[in-house]
Design a protein around this ligand. Structure first.
Ligand SMILES: Cc1ncc(C[n+]2csc(CCOP(=O)(O)OP(=O)(O)O)c2C)c(N)n1
Length: 313
């Protein structure tokens, strides 16, 4: 778990640098602060399971089996990306890894995930679909509709709300009145669990039984509470966030804190962790250097295959 978290963190840092240096177009919605969920899912997913992610979910995409290079290809939108470069940072798909990217419409992925879970059930498989989304997205109608359908149809799906206390430029206290988004599960007759999203071990302790229950037809909602460490997008001046709050972020940083825990509890040694950090940095550097040299989709190809029967627009 720590190894994935270290890789995910250096990936975010180098992607932010590449964006600041004008090396890639589009956006970077930093996943800094969300790494523990990826670490936990890495040990909970089965290969046959599905992921319908949020856009701030790169650690989960790594957890589901995408390589750093595959993720970087998506973010740089090179022709090598699964979408051929049509998707970009926010719409990562990797059908080979059973990852079906979100659309530009927040919350649409919650309905899509419910459909994937329905397909798994109708086909008689024992696959689970994990669907992630933000706290702001938990106010969309699709969230409520999908949770209800999942409940009444006993679908194998785990909904994970990555509650990072912000939706774009708004604080959660401005748009949600309940303390735990997980409490909303009760309205649909499914289990809801609110957990520390900075602690991968606590996440595993919740997610393992949650995924097992979903596999047996009992869907649930997990709320992972975490803190968005950077702006909504890279370049966001965060004028809506006070300086003391930003200054205190390092006290709640999940990556160094789990690194320290791993050392203290003897799970890993300093040399081993340092080697992982070196390997992660090298892997990310290599992937970004590679992506910089790869072509982007041409304007003509960008619209090809968007609509059925319009291959030659
Ligand atoms: C239906 C819809 N409304 C608004 C937007 C614009 N928008 C993009 S990201 C975002 C914030 C989402 O916040 P949250 O779900 O908490 O995710 P986070 O950015 O915190 O990961 C908004 C409002 C959108 N893409 N789709």
């Amino acid at each position: 778990m720590l190894r994935l978290m270290l890789t995910a963190r250096v990936l975010e840092q180098r992607l932010a640098d590449a964006y600041a240096d004008g090396k890639l177009t589009g956006w970077i919605h930093s996943c800094e602060g969300h790494e523990a969920l990826g670490g936990a899912l890495a040990v909970c997913f089965e290969d046959r399971d599905h992921l319908v992610p949020h856009y701030r979910s790169r650690p989960e995409q790594l957890a589901k089996g995408m390589s750093v290079r595959e993720v970087v290809a998506e973010v740089f939108a090179t022709v090598d990306a699964a979408s051929g470069g049509r998707g970009g940072e926010t719409h990562v798909s990797s059908v080979a890894n059973r990852i079906y990217g979100m659309t530009g419409v927040l919350g649409a992925n919650i309905a899509l995930a419910t459909g994937v879970a329905l397909a798994s059930k109708l086909q008689g498989t024992d696959e689970v679909t994990v669907c992630s989304f933000g706290d702001g997205t938990a106010n969309r109608g699709t969230f409520h509709e999908a949770l209800n359908l999942a409940a009444i149809w006993d679908l194998p799906v785990v909904f994970i709300c990555e509650n990072n206390y912000f939706a774009e430029l708004s604080k959660i206290s401005d748009f949600i009145r309940v303390e735990n988004i997980a409490d909303r599960a009760a309205a649909y007759g499914i289990a809801g669990h609110a957990v520390d999203g900075h602690d991968p071990e606590e996440l595993v302790a919740t997610l393992r039984p949650a995924i097992a229950a979903a596999r047996a037809g009992r869907p649930c909602l997990v709320e992972a509470k975490m803190i968005r460490r950077r702006g909504h997008w890279e370049g966001d001046p965060q004028a809506y966030r006070d300086a003391a709050e930003v200054g205190a972020l390092d006290e709640s940083d999940p990556v160094p804190s789990y690194r320290a825990h791993a050392l203290e509890s003897g799970l890993a040694g300093e040399d081993e962790i340092a080697a992982w950090e070196e390997e992660a940095a090298a892997e990310v550097e290599e992937a970004i250097a590679w992506a910089e040299g790869r072509p982007l989709i041409s304007a003509a190809d960008a619209v090809r295959e968007v609509y059925a029967g319009e291959a030659d627009v």
